[in-house]
Design a protein around this ligand. Structure first.
Ligand code: PHE
Length: 365
């Protein structure tokens, strides 16, 4: 071993400190401590070498050696602190939240277009003093037909293609069905209340029916019923015209024509001018020939008009059937199809879009 001198102590200290300054991992710090300050470390070896020296030198170099030891220990501690602080700072840096970043959008659901339109329709009538009630989708023949002046075997039953529930009672009858319209609620509501009656009834209906662009086997209806002393056909027209204006704008044209429903007399259908072809077909002076007018219009079937509801004055038989005196009370009823209304409002050309669950369609509303 080479001779220990003041210079060699100084050199060792310098080398150790230079090495220390380059360390930035705690594990490397421990290695450094072992190799310089450990029992077999560089400084320990130097101090041990002092024993061979004369007393005078031993004292002098011993003091230097102890000083060097203190210096290395102090520096080791400082470096350890620096390293752990740097680590904390780095971690904090990585975890910091940038509050200026835009948030991640949450996927929200939405109302089905039919629901939206049902609400618009009922809102329009609520604004005119009607209240909203709902009824059962599985219905008795009694309410769906009989109370509506359509007895067993009556040819008018052919107007409703019916899905019967597979249930036969003791009398051998099949009295239960999926309601073919919301009209059964007319009798149900009147049974429960006395005049004045003003209700709208939104709900799902079912028919045993082939589907096409304007027919579904299940669909919604909104029924309306107003009964009181002195209600006339003028009230019917005024109310329904006001409804058409609220939903489609003041410029909309409406048309009433005679129609037949067993539970109203007189009965009408109400139409709105066609949104798709702007009424350019037959009835409004168009040629009515599909090949002449650029394809014609399958929504209005080349007529220029779309029937949106059936209506009429409540038949005296229906009033009498629920115990109302038809001499004292009169009323009007109507039934309309929200899907048709939605098709008008949004320019949808096929009713089958509504219930085919295609999100590309549904997300547009
Ligand atoms: N319930 C009839 C239908 O489904 C519509 C209607 C309701 C007609 C009320 C007149 C009065 O076709």
């Amino acid at each position: 071993m080479s001779q220990t001198t003041a210079q060699s102590i100084q050199e060792l200290t310098n080398t150790a400190l230079t090495e220390l300054a380059e360390i930035d991992a705690p594990e490397a710090l421990e290695q450094w401590r072992v190799s310089w300050l450990g029992r077999r470390g560089g400084l320990t070896a130097i101090l041990r070498g002092l024993s061979q020296l004369a007393l005078e030198q031993r004292r002098e170099l011993g003091a230097l050696g102890n000083q060097a030891k203190t210096t290395l220990e102090e520096n080791l501690e400082r470096r350890a602190r620096e390293i752990s602080q740097a680590r904390l700072a780095r971690a904090a840096d990585q975890e910091r939240i940038d509050v200026t970043l835009p948030g991640r959008p949450v996927a929200t659901g939405r109302l089905h277009p039919t629901t939206q339109v049902v609400r618009e329709i009922t809102d329009a009538f609520v604004a005119m003093g009607f209240s909203v009630v709902e009824g059962p989708e599985v219905e008795w023949d009694y309410y769906n037909f009989e109370r509506l002046n359509i007895p067993q075997g009556h040819p008018a039953r052919d107007m409703w293609n019916t899905l019967w529930v597979d249930y036969v009672n003791e009398a051998g009858q099949q009295p239960m069905l999926l309601r073919t319209h919301t009209s059964p609620m007319q009798a149900r509501v009147m049974e429960q209340t006395s005049p004045p009656v003003r209700v709208v009834v939104p709900g799902k209906c079912y028919r045993y029916e082939a589907t096409d662009a304007t027919h579904e086997w299940h669909f919604y209806q909104v029924e309306g019923l107003a009964v009181d002393a002195g209600i006339t056909f003028a009230d019917l027209k005024g109310t329904l015209y006001e409804f058409a204006r609220r939903l489609f704008g003041a410029e909309r044209k409406v048309r009433f024509r005679c129609d037949y429903f067993p539970f109203v007399e007189p009965g009408v259908d109400m139409s709105i001018d066609c949104f798709a072809c702007q009424g350019t077909t037959k009835d409004n002076g168009g040629s009515g020939n599909s090949s002449d007018n650029g394809g014609g219009c399958r929504i209005c079937r080349d007529s220029g008009w779309i029937e949106i509801m059936g209506a009429g004055m409540v038949h005296p038989q229906v009033l009498a059937g629920v115990g109302y005196d038809p001499e004292q009370y009169t009323g009007f009823a109507f039934g309309l199809g929200p899907e048709r209304i939605a098709m008008l409002k949004y320019g949808i050309d096929d009713i089958r879009h509504f219930y085919s669950n295609d999100l590309r369609f549904l997300r547009q509303f």
